[in-house]
Ligand binder design. Structure first.
Ligand code: SF4
Ligand code: SF4
Length: 318
């Protein structure tokens, strides 16, 4: 079988070395455990004839591959001259080298209680066409996060699930998780992503100097407040949900900074500085949301039902 990779997760926790990407409803659900932020990254623009090589695996991209990349960019990403991802995710001190949901026994503390879909997608990548996911697996197999584990193996194995082969994702659970993560990203784009993209266009996406702040192969992290303001403007219920979320996050950030000060690590300082910036942004947002916004009027007398975005934030509208 060509490009066959098998996968079995023993839940060793080794790849849980940082907070995952999480949709807004997932961050709302885990508001007391995980600090939310917006992560902005560049996504390479692919061309027909381009060679993608990982170890001994190589693909020369054809028109169908480019059409698949374009479809992902058009539905999940953001285009200016370049292509960008704008996603919410967890944020924590890199010096801790762990996801805040990783328990001391190496297990995921939220495995049965709202584990992020991103973690179910592991080790695949929702931003790569299904036909090329074997390259993702080949790359992860060489990456530090998976070093020393044998969860990804080339070929078909009796003790593992066949994940990819012949340019397809063979495992039905993996296909389902990828579809759910892509649907979530599409919904995030509708609910707040496009509004945030437009609000940042002038100062970030149209400014080469500002774009230089996005590290190569990494992400620029900013406060999650622009996403909250986008959803808060849609209804009184959404505004209240955002205010509740902000209060939880302010308390969590305080606890997180307090622990960092206790650790007294030099490399924690820039992160503490950024977290203090998040706190200031939350305080400004609270002041703004404390006053009624025009779009929030609720008909008197009628008990308002959940708006589609309130339902989405509560996890009921996915
Ligand atoms: S490193 Fe592999 S085995 Fe360990 S938790 Fe991650 S996917 Fe599972
Ligand atoms: S949420 Fe759970 S599975 Fe996902 S990175 Fe954190 S500890 Fe790992």
């Amino acid at each position: 079988m060509v490009n066959a990779f098998s996968f079995v997760c023993t839940a060793c926790g080794k790849c849980c070395n940082s907070p995952p990407a999480m949709a807004l409803p997932e961050l709302f659900r885990h508001r007391d455990r995980i600090i939310g932020c917006i992560a902005i990254g560049r996504v390479p623009r692919r061309r027909v004839g381009e060679r993608l090589r990982v170890g001994r695996h190589e693909t020369v991209l054809d028109a169908a591959d480019i059409a698949a990349f374009d479809s992902i960019a058009d539905t999940l990403l953001y285009r200016t001259g370049d292509i960008f991802s704008i996603m919410t995710q967890g944020y924590d001190y890199p010096s801790l080298a762990r996801c805040p949901a990783l328990a001391d026994d190496g297990r995921c503390a939220i495995h049965l209680n709202g584990k992020p879909v991103t973690c179910e997608v592991v080790p695949l990548d929702p931003l790569v066409p299904d036909t090329l996911q074997h390259l993702v697996l080949a790359g992860r197999n060489q990456s530090a996060a998976y070093l020393g584990t044998d969860c990804i193996q080339e070929g078909e194995r009796a003790d593992a699930v066949l994940m990819t082969a012949e340019g397809e994702i063979k495992d039905a659970n993996a296909r389902d998780a990828l579809a759910r993560r892509r649907r979530a990203l599409e919904r995030e784009r509708e609910v707040w992503g496009r509004a945030v993209f437009e609000s940042l266009r002038k100062d970030l996406f149209d400014s080469p100097g500002a774009l230089a702040r996005i590290p190569a192969g990494g992400f620029l992290t900013i406060s999650i407040v622009p996403a909250l303001l986008a959803v808060a403007s849609t209804s009184a219920g959404c505004r209240q949900s955002c205010l509740d979320y902000i209060d939880s996050q302010l308390a969590l950030i305080d606890r997180s900074i307090e622990q960092a000060l206790f650790r007294r690590r030099l490399d924690d300082r820039p992160v503490t500085h950024e977290l203090r910036g998040f706190t200031q942004a939350y305080q400004r947002a609270k002041a703004l949301l404390g006053t009624p916004l025009p779009a929030m009027e609720v008909e008197s007398g009628a008990r308002p039902s959940l708006s589609p975005i309130e339902a989405y934030l509560s996890g009921a509208g996915r």
